[in-house]
Design a protein around this ligand. Structure first.
Ligand code: MG
Length: 166
């Protein structure tokens, strides 16, 4: 067997949250002006949750629910950037380094373009990596289903980790 890919670990993450009135809309750690927000125990930031799961999956460390149970009062209303900061510590303990992260946010509105760089910087900052290693793009669901009707926002993430010296 060749050594191609030695020391590399890939992980995927997915999350979806319902859009409801009376909540701020927070995606990728950035609060954006909108009349609805994501329902959730924390701030409902589906981008951070998908990235958290991608990183934990790549590291073989389980998932967001096992680390941050949604019945734990400590996480109520918390910024989900804190999840990324906690994962960053776990990765460091495991000797793993983030090569890159790529996120697709599936939503109808608002448009993410104006917030993209701020989101990338926030996610990268929480993980202690360069913003150039974080990709975030928005994708319409073409009016189909719950997301198409603007009732929910989903996020898909992949993360690549490497073990220096592996
Ligand atoms: Mg979530």
């Amino acid at each position: 067997m060749s050594d191609a890919g030695k020391g590399l670990r890939v992980g995927q993450g997915y999350d979806v949250h319902r859009l409801v009135p009376g909540r701020p809309l927070v995606l990728g750690g950035v609060t954006m002006p909108f009349d609805l927000g994501l329902l959730g125990h924390s701030d409902g930031d589906a981008v951070c949750h998908a990235v958290t799961d991608a990183l934990l999956g790549a590291a073989g460390l389980g998932d967001i629910g096992s680390f941050f149970p949604d019945d734990d009062a400590r996480y109520e209303g918390m910024s989900s950037l804190r999840f990324l900061e906690a994962v960053r510590e776990r990765l460091a303990e495991a000797g793993l380094v983030v090569a890159n992260i790529d996120v697709t946010v599936v939503l109808e509105v608002p448009r993410l373009g104006p917030y993209r760089d701020e989101m990338r910087a926030a996610v990268a900052g929480a993980l202690g990596i360069d913003a150039a290693r974080v990709g975030i793009k928005g994708k319409s669901n073409e009016g189909l289903g719950e997301i198409g009707r603007g009732e929910a926002i989903a996020a898909l993430a992949v993360a690549l980790l490497h073990e220096p010296g592996a």
